[in-house]
Design a protein around this ligand. Structure first.
Ligand SMILES: [Zn+2]
Ligand SMILES: [Zn+2]
Length: 374
């Protein structure tokens, strides 16, 4: 799944693949929106529309690129009932309006296949619509590539009728003006629209999402939505964990969450203990995976997608190891660091000083500083 990412994430990629195959019957999207999938920031659910959710697109050719995915495993749009398509069409329209601060124009498209088509379309066989931010001239450019073979239709609801008794694949594109272009048949190149878009983005050879996750763009997508006020900002909360009773750790996380809610409501506290804790019992799925390495790769990935790191270093005489390493990674990744020191005196240590943007005496002070950052 992952092979070009900056964190040599082979363990994460390998674990994802084992899970997809062993627990989700080979469906990458069922996995992505499950609890297991949430260990990966690229599967962050950005909008929940009931029967559909929105996540960043994997193979993220450009920041802002999203996927609308059905919550249940369903096949392509052409296989849905007319009520389901009508409901989806309404949701798509309101989503595009909601996303206006991110981009004026959106290209919505699907590579699908009809219900009588035995082979799935050229993408993934789980209902998903691509939503891609474009300028109006780019949208025209894409339409030009397909114009000679496509027909214009008034509504997505026409699609099943156009494919009656035709076991075919199809492509549907809703351009930036809202016009819907439809064409069907056999033998489209794989991920056809993505190939056109990759060329538009000047990364023509990176069109295949299976080979190019483009994680940096995923992180940018998460940031884009946050800076436009469309999703919560993320505080990555690092604190003492190893050797501490679970009940005490949960109490600490709850207390931190309440303090942040009180001072900066636009921020959500992410606790790696909550996200990773349960899933560290991976031995059933992939017994050979090094859990320590998995822990580090997962945490660093989430850290890179967070807005700020708050490290609680306030326990006196505690040997902080994980937190200090997280601080170094955050500094390297350009994520601001706030350290909470209490009366431990740790803020006087030189190395720490060089890596921390702000020292707070307690979590309240840290939360007030973060509120004023934004
Ligand atoms: Zn599925
Ligand atoms: Zn697709």
């Amino acid at each position: 799944m992952v092979n070009e990412d900056f964190l040599c994430s082979h363990i994460l990629g390998e674990l994802a693949l084992s899970e997809v195959n062993q627990e989700f019957d080979g469906c990458r999207l069922c996995w992505a929106i499950s609890e297991q999938g949430r260990r990966y920031p690229e599967n962050t659910i950005l909008f929940d529309m009931g029967d559909h959710v929105v996540i960043p697109a994997v193979g993220s050719l450009r920041p802002g690129y999203l996927l609308i995915v059905s919550r249940d495993h369903k096949r392509a749009l052409a296989t849905l009932s007319s009520e389901e398509i009508e409901c989806f069409e309404t949701q798509l329209q309101s989503l595009i309006e909601r996303l206006a601060p991110v981009s004026d124009g959106w290209l919505a498209f699907e590579h699908g296949s009809s219900s009588s088509c035995p082979a799935p379309g050229c993408c993934v066989d789980h209902f998903h619509f691509h939503l891609f931010p474009v300028s109006h001239s780019e949208s025209l450019q894409v339409v030009k590539c397909i114009e000679s073979t496509s027909q214009r239709i008034g509504s997505l609801q026409q699609i099943p009728h156009l494919l009656t008794n035709r076991p075919e694949a199809y492509i549907v594109i809703r351009d930036a003006e809202g016009t819907i272009h439809f064409f069907h048949g056999f033998g489209f190149p794989s991920q056809f629209v993505r190939q056109i878009l990759a060329a538009e983005c000047a990364i023509a050879h990176e069109w295949n999402w299976r080979d190019y996750v483009l994680f940096d763009n995923v992180v940018e997508t998460l940031r884009l939505l946050r800076t436009n006020g469309l999703s919560q900002r993320i505080v990555y909360f690092a604190h003492a964990i190893e050797g501490i009773p679970e009940s005490e750790i949960i109490e600490e996380i709850t207390a931190a969450r309440n303090i942040f809610k009180q001072h900066c409501s636009g921020f959500e506290v992410t606790s790696m203990f909550e996200l990773i804790g349960k899933s560290l019992a991976v031995s059933d799925v992939a017994p050979h995976i090094d859990e320590n390495q998995l822990l580090v790769e997962s945490e660093v990935r989430f850290l890179s997608a967070s807005d700020v790191l708050v490290a609680d270093l306030s326990r006196e005489a505690w040997r902080y190891v994980g937190c200090l390493m997280e601080i170094v990674y955050a500094k390297q990744l350009g994520v601001p660091v706030v350290a909470v020191c209490g009366t431990s005196g740790i803020e006087h240590r030189r190395w720490l000083n060089a890596h921390v943007d702000y020292f707070a005496a307690n979590l309240h002070e840290a939360a007030v500083y973060i509120r004023d950052l934004s």
